[in-house]
Structure formats: C-alpha cells, structure tokens
Design a binder for this molecule. Structure first.
Ligand code: NAP
Length: 267
C-alpha cells in the first residue's frame, strides 16, 4: 500500500469535500477530518469504493485545543505519511464584534488560524525528513479587502494566514516544501448558511458566485504546481487586482451594489 496521504480538514462539505474528491480522482489516498462523524464514515466508504484508494477519517472539533494533536497522533499510530496537508475548515461569525463573546472569537480564531499553525507545525517535520511536502491553506479574497462589519475578524485572519503561508515558503521552499494560499471569492457551499449570512449571499449577483467543484480543481492543481498564491477564476483575479489599486472610497461605493450590507454600520 502507498503510505502517502492527503489530509483534508473540513472535508464533510463544500470546498473541502470537493478537494477531497478531486484528489481521490487523481489517485491520492485520503485522511478526512471534520466534526460530523456519520458523514465522515459515509464518505470513507463512498470515496474509497468510487476511486479505489485508501480513505480513513478522524472526527475532530478544531475549536478545541487538543484536536490538532489528536489528528497528528491518529496519523502517526496508523503509519500514515501526510504528504499534502489541506487546511480548509472554516466558518464566520456574523455578529458585530462588540456583541460577540470572547469565547466565540477564540474558538473562531482556533479553527481558522491556531489549528492551521499547529497542524502545519506537527506535519512539517515529516515533510522535512522526506524533503517534500505541500501545504494548502484555504484563505479568501477577503484577505485582500478592508475588514468588514459582518464577519469582523474573518478578513484579518485570512490576511494573517496568507502571511503565514508566505513564511512557510520563504523558510522551506529550498528543501522541497511549498505552501499555497488559495483565495476564493463567493463560492456556493454551506458556508453562508452555517455562518448565518445566507441573506448576504442571496443578494450577491450571480456572476460573483462560483461553483465549489471548479474552485477545488483550481486549488488542487495550483497546490500541486507549488504556486504561492492561487486566486481561482478570472473574475476574482481582476477583483484582487482592483482591490490593490483603487482608493478605498471607490471600493466601498462599488461594494454597496455588489455585496450590500457588508460594510454597513451595525450600531
Ligand atoms: N464559501 C465561500 O464563499 C468561501 C469563500 C472564500 C473562502 N472560503 C473558505 O473556504 C473554507 C471552506 O468553507 P466552505 O465554503 O466549503 O464552507 P462549508 O461548506 O460550510 O464547509 C466548512 C467545513 O468546515 C468544517 N468545520 C467547521 N467548523 C469546524 C470545526 N469547529 N472543527 C472542524 N471542522 C469544522 C465543516 O465540517 P463539520 O461541520 O462536519 O465540522 C465543513 O466540512 C473556509 O475556510 C472558508 O473560510 C469560503
């Protein structure tokens, strides 16, 4: 048996599920992780049968401090060599910053950043030993935009993750390890309903809403090529370029039309 695996966090739905299936279609073995065990169990069966690869899973809540270590120990105990680590799990908190509890914010930060750092740290040594490894971080176009009033810490955390990915590249590229920060725009998944912002998504024009299968394919191909930053689709490549060059006042005015409510004063 090939003992090399791709570990995908947040693999029970949306972009993570499509990334898992796309890797499987290319013959990669998978370790799936997320909180919903029944879905993971079902996916293990379906994906391994469809693609004739090895699939295993571990249920873990990444808002808990111990989860990254538990995932690492699980892989070690089974002799799974993680060649590609996909840090994808995520959600957003819809409420304005002044009314959220610190506990909510800390859990959010753990899922979207601390767990990413801990998992990368834990699996990096194996990659260094093998002189090869790939890390994918599902960031967002929000990393390039001004922080919004809904999902207050979401954009800042994604910017931090892009910088973290950049740091991995500058420190470890020379020994064969690459990190790819994938920055999708609006993608049709459970993200908006599970983050309490489905209304916002419903108001976004159709041309800005992308298919998760398409995003996953680009994310995987760019990661395998060792691209440092991947911005799926031409629409969002143009938007990220504009975000870097246009004045913020123009951005806010345009945004009122394309993504209403995102920058409204909530008090
Ligand atoms: N959809 C978009 O428009 C969009 C745009 C840019 C970036 N992104 C990013 O894409 C990534 C994937 O989101 P998605 O759009 O695919 O959303 P999704 O369909 O809601 O999937 C989120 C995944 O994360 C897992 N997850 C959530 N909280 C978790 C926790 N505490 N511990 C472990 N796993 C957890 C969920 O599984 P369980 O519920 O089973 O735990 C699920 O598998 C996120 O990082 C998000 O920020 C999304």
């Amino acid at each position: 048996m090939n003992d090399s695996f791709v570990l995908v966090t947040g693999s029970t739905s949306g972009i993570g599920l499509e990334i898992s299936k796309y890797f499987a279609s290319k013959g990669y073995n998978l370790i799936l992780t997320a909180r919903r065990e029944t879905i993971l169990k079902d996916l293990k069966k379906k994906i391994s049968l469809t693609y004739d690869i090895s699939v295993d899973y571990i249920s873990a809540d990444l808002s808990s401090e111990d989860s990254p270590k538990n995932i690492y120990r699980f892989c070690k105990s089974k002799g799974y060599n993680i060649e590609i680590l996909v840090n994808n799990a995520g959600y957003a908190i819809p409420d304005p910053f002044h009314i959220t509890s610190m506990d909510e914010e800390e859990k959010f930060l753990r899922v979207l950043s601390t767990s990413v750092i801990v998992l990368t740290k834990l699996f990096l040594n194996g990659m260094i030993k093998n002189k090869k490894g790939k890390i994918m971080i599902i960031s967002s176009v929000a990393a390039f935009a001004p922080p919004s009033t809904i999902q207050f810490l979401y954009g800042p955390v994604k910017t931090f993750m892009n910088r973290f990915s950049e740091g991995i590249n500058s420190s470890y590229n020379q020994i064969g390890i690459t990190s790819t920060a994938v920055c999708p725009g609006y993608t049709i998944t459970n993200f908006h309903s599970s983050s309490g912002i489905q209304d916002e998504m419903d108001r976004v024009p159709k041309f800005l809403k992308k298919n998760s299968k398409r995003i996953a394919k680009i994310a995987v191909e760019d990661t395998l090529k060792g691209k440092k930053v991947s911005i799926p689709t031409m629409t969002y490549k143009i938007i990220v370029f504009l975000l870097k060059v246009i004045p913020k006042s123009i951005f806010f005015a345009v945004n009122k039309y394309f993504s209403p409510g995102r920058y409204d004063n909530k008090i």
